[in-house]
Ligand binder design. Structure first.
Ligand code: ADP
Ligand code: MG
Length: 294
C-alpha cells in the first residue's frame, strides 16, 4: 500500500473510534492470526459488584466490609471499586488506611485501625502471609468460585476474617465480536488472572474454547511469547496495569480506551469506546487498507 493509503486507513480508524499509533501498525494488524483477550474490563465490563459476603472467625460482616473497604480505597482495581462502594453503602465514612501497598495480580495490604489488613486472592494470603484456612473457609471459597464469582479473601492480624464474592457482567457485544474474529480466521484465547471457574463461565458465554486462568502479569507475557514461539502472530487485548507487559510483548497490543493509562501507553491501538467489536473493525480495516479483503 502507498503511504497515502496507510494514512487514509489510520484516518478511517479514528472515525471508527480506533486510535492507531502510526501507519506502520496496520501491517502487523493485517498479519495477526491469534488474539489473546483479557477477561476483566475487556470481555466483561469490569464494573464489578459485591454478590456475597461471609464473615469468618466470629467476626461480623460489617467489620469485614469496613476494614476491607478502607484497605482497598487506594487501589484502582475493579474489585477494589466494588468493595469500596459496598462498604460506603453501609458506612459513609471509611477509616483512614496507612502504609497502603498494592501487589499487582494478588491484592492489597494496609494498616487500618491499627490492624494489618490483607485483601486479595486466597492463595496469596496463604502462600505469602501464612494465613491459616479452616475447612469451612476453604469450602466457602470453593462454593463462591463454583458459582462463577471471584472470591476475595479478607484477613487481619494474621487471621482470615471473611470472604467477599464479586460478580461482573459480560459486555453485550463480546460474544458477537468473538464470532466475527473467528469468521476472520483468528484463534481467540481468554487469558485472565482470575480463577478457572469464573474464566470458564465467561469463556462459555462468549464462545472461547482456549482458556488460561490464574495468570500473573508476567505469566501473561509468557503466554504471548509461547504462542509467538509456535509461529503465531499474536494480538493481545487488555485494559489493566496487569496487562501492560503482555500488550508490549504482543505483535499487536490493543488497549481498551476505558482502561488504565499504562495499558494504553503499552499498546499500538486504542479502542476509544472499550468495545471488542472495534478490535474486529481494526483488523478488517487493516486488511482492507492493505488489499487483502475487499
Ligand atoms: P484479570 O486478568 O482478569 O484482569 P487481575 O490480574 O487484575 O485479573 O486480578 C487477578 C486476581 O487477583 C483477581 O481475580 C483477585 O483475586 C486478585 N486481585 C487483584 N487485585 C486485587 C485487589 N485490589 N483486591 C482484591 N483482589 C485482587
Ligand atoms: Mg483486565
Amino acid at each position: 500500500a502507498t503511504p497515502t493509503a496507510l494514512l487514509v486507513g489510520t484516518g478511517r480508524g479514528a472515525g471508527l473510534g480506533i486510535l492507531i499509533k502510526g501507519p506502520q501498525v496496520l501491517e502487523s494488524t493485517r498479519r495477526v492470526d491469534t488474539i489473546v483477550i483479557d477477561k476483566t474490563g475487556t470481555i466483561t465490563d469490569g464494573r464489578m459488584a459485591l454478590a456475597r459476603l461471609a464473615a469468618l472467625d466470629g467476626e461480623d460482616e460489617a467489620d469485614v466490609l469496613r476494614l476491607a473497604g478502607a484497605a482497598e480505597n487506594g487501589s484502582e482495581h475493579p474489585i477494589a471499586a466494588a468493595i469500596v462502594d459496598a462498604a460506603r453503602g453501609r458506612d459513609e465514612e471509611l477509616p483512614p488506611a496507612e502504609a497502603f501497598e498494592s501487589m499487582q495480580g494478588f491484592g492489597v495490604q494496609a494498616v487500618v485501625d491499627g490492624h494489618l489488613v490483607l485483601v486479595g486472592r486466597l492463595p496469596w494470603l496463604v502462600g505469602h502471609w501464612q494465613v491459616p484456612v479452616t475447612d469451612e473457609a476453604a469450602r466457602l471459597h470453593h462454593d463462591q468460585e463454583q458459582a462463577g464469582l471471584t472470591s476475595v479473601a479478607v484477613a487481619w492480624d494474621g487471621r482470615l476474617r471473611g470472604l467477599i464474592a464479586i460478580g461482573d457482567t459480560v459486555k453485550p457485544t463480546s460474544a458477537a465480536a468473538v464470532r466475527r474474529l473467528r469468521a476472520l480466521g483468528l484463534h481467540p484465547v481468554l487469558l485472565t488472572g482470575d480463577n478457572a471457574g469464573v474464566a470458564r463461565a465467561v469463556a462459555d458465554l462468549v464462545g472461547i474454547d482456549d482458556v488460561i486462568a490464574g495468570a500473573l502479569p508476567a505469566d501473561k507475557a509468557d503466554v504471548v511469547r509461547r504462542l509467538q514461539g509456535d509461529g503465531r502472530v499474536v494480538a493481545m487485548v487488555g485494559d489493566g496495569v496487569n496487562d501492560a507487559i503482555a500488550l508490549a510483548t504482543a505483535d499487536l497490543g490493543i488497549a481498551m480506551g476505558t482502561g488504565t493509562d499504562v495499558a494504553i501507553e503499552a499498546s499500538d491501538i486504542t479502542l476509544v469506546h472499550g468495545d471488542l467489536q472495534t478490535a474486529v473493525d481494526a483488523i478488517r480495516l487493516a486488511r482492507r487498507t492493505l488489499g487483502t479483503i475487499k
